[in-house]
Design a protein around this ligand. Structure first.
Ligand code: KG4
Ligand code: ZN
Length: 338
């Protein structure tokens, strides 16, 4: 089954063609990052306009690159939630039009389910059940993937997402948007013990997390140094910050493996590209005797192929939409409107 899949929830416009949920025939992406960098973050209105400009050409490119014609496409899938509402709407409207014009099923996909499904593309042998650490720009949670479309959230951040904090710290340190990858690179040269940053344990659920205190502590440290004319050791601050994020994520993953008995742990989302977090997850999995699944960096960030991967399983479960499909800025991974 060839699924033409569309992703436009943030600042990448992406159209892919994925076969049977596992094989990427093509994955075409137009990134807007350079444009938003001028403003230090994503400007929603600009994102929507750029999606409109790029999406038709990307779909043509996807067909041309694979040599497939429209009649070879069996369904159209699209990220329908969550994301910047104007941006998501562009993809949803395009996908509705394409599905209608081709007379093919329309499959709505939750963006975070797509991130998790990036693992199915990287690991043909991976099947649920497994645990997944989702760390992206907007989400941070530990998910029990019971089946392809049946999930439970074990724990989640109660405030900021890890990616948001990486970007904020990067921005205040004068790094270009999005700061996550630059903080990661700088951290590798630093001494993580030079600065002390907090690790929080919010509430009764041991899997829940909080990053806003850590973010504020890092920002205060930087601003204080500026005020007293002290020079910040940027690599060491990045290393201390990254260590604090990893120390928040990894012990919870280890606890989840211990408590649930699962021996498969996957990671997903843009922050899953972080070298320190990848290293610490590998070490934790080794301690626990668990198998680790980490998509290559190209599949950690937003892309169309991950939507096509999840779409195959949504379709198998009967989760198709009609032309009344809407876009949602927020919606839980379980499908509940927030
Ligand atoms: O999953 P994603 O592409 O988009 C969302 O769904 O949010 O994640 C983007 C986030 C950004 O915050 C970006 O800075 C972060 O992933 N990121 C990283 C790294 N690469 C991307 N954060 C830390 N280390 C990295 N190497
Ligand atoms: Zn994403």
């Amino acid at each position: 089954m060839n699924i033409l899949s569309v992703e436009s929830s943030c600042d990448e416009t992406a159209v892919a063609i994925v076969r049977d949920g596992r094989e990427i025939l093509t994955d075409c992406i137009a990134s807007q990052v350079d444009l938003h960098r001028l403003y230090g973050g994503v400007v929603p209105e600009i994102a929507s306009r750029k999606h409109i400009e790029a999406i038709y050409g990307l779909a043509d490119q996807a067909l041309a690159r694979t040599g497939l014609s429209r009649k070879d496409i069996d369904a159209v899938a699209v990220t329908y939630a969550p994301g910047l509402i104007g941006a998501v709407l562009v993809g949803v409207n395009f996908a509705k039009a394409a599905a209608m014009a081709m007379g093919k099923p329309l499959i709505p996909v939750h963006h975070i389910r797509g991130h998790i499904a990036a693992n199915y593309l990287a690991y043909p042998e991976l099947e649920p059940p497994f645990l997944c650490l989702v760390v992206s720009g907007g989400h941070t949670m530990i998910v029990e993937v019971k089946d392809y479309t049946e999930m439970e959230i074990l724990g989640t951040t109660l405030d900021d997402a890890a990616g948001e904090c990486f970007d904020k710290v990067g921005r205040v340190l004068g790094m270009p948007y999005p700061g996550g990858a630059a903080v990661d690179r700088a951290a590798r040269q630093g001494d993580e013990h030079k600065y002390q940053l907090p690790r929080s344990k919010p509430g009764a659920n041991p899997y829940n997390m909080s990053f806003s205190g850590l973010k504020t502590a890092a920002l205060n440290l930087i601003h204080h140094a500026e005020q007293v004319g002290e020079e910040i050791d940027i690599p060491s601050l990045c290393a201390a910050f990254t260590a604090a994020v990893s120390d928040t994520l990894v012990p919870r993953v280890e606890l989840a493996l211990k408590e649930t008995g699962y021996r498969k742990i996957a990671v997903a989302g843009g922050v899953a590209a972080n070298s320190r977090i990848r290293h610490d997850i590998l070490a934790a999995a080794e301690r626990m005797g668990a198998q680790v699944y980490m998509p290559p960096l190209s599949l950690c960030g937003d892309n169309g192929a991950m939507i096509g991967a999840q779409a195959y399983y949504e379709w198998k479960a009967g989760n198709v939409a009609d032309m009344s499909l809407n876009a949602y800025a927020t919606k839980s991974i379980l499908g509940e409107t927030l």
